[in-house]
Design a protein around this ligand. Sequence first.
Ligand code: ZN
Length: 299
Amino acid sequence: MHFLGLFKLCQRLLLFLPLTTASAAETAAAHKNAFHYDNSNNWYLDYPECGGDKQSPIIIKTNKTLEVSIPPITFGSYDVFFSNYAVLKNNGHSIKFNVPDTIEFIRPFITDGPLNGMYEAIEVHFHWGSPLCKGSEHQINQRRYDLEMHIVHLNTKYGSVEEAREYDDGIAVIGAFFKVEKTALPTFHPGLDTVFNTVPFVLLYNSSATTNQLFTLGSMLANINRDNFYTYQGSLTTPPCSQAVTWIVYPEVIPIPLFQLQNFWFVRDDRGRKLLNNFRPVQPLGAREVYHRSADEYY
Ligand SMILES: [Zn+2]
């Protein structure tokens, strides 16, 4: 089926998922600022920036990207262990964890590459699909992947997310794709395993659970080549859709065992419904360019 047709089918299927017993009025009162994925085309009514011209996600068309000669990204403390257990939380839109400090007493950060300044990692969360639909937000050549992870970083010259999202250099997000590994034994990645295996304990809205193992933020990227990436200027993919994001998207796909992907399909949102297909439709690229930094780049 054409991907657009399949996407519409995914959205329609959402309507048949059961409601809880909470009345609509109760739900509305309890979650005034809630947004949902079954009406993402109307987000702009409450959040005008969602209708802007530098929105994310996008389709990355590899034959239209511009090859650039820029330094690799420097990963600071990314491969140093956290000093605390990460706490997974269901916020009704995704499963997320706040990035803990490392045993070097600082949080992991990124700099160089396309970035001016230092960007501290603050949050990791996921976007997924459903048994019928793949759930990545970005697409490469119209190909969607099973799962997409976002590592959100804040420019340290700003004091908070609220402040940073007002500036186009405020936020940097690393996007990485996952694809179900059907052959052989799954590769063991300690950080990813402990996070994915904790998902069944945060199925309900507002629930949280502590991961049972210390890991590094870098282990969330498995062993993909961090020097090969696409980059462009875009937005948060959830309201308020602030056009403040330097995106860094890795084309190399990380394998995930099917059972770990399936865990996400049982997550519930703030209405008690299954939270499926929590990806925003792709947005027009408009006048923007997408740049590619190749791993072969000698710098
Ligand atoms: Zn995201």
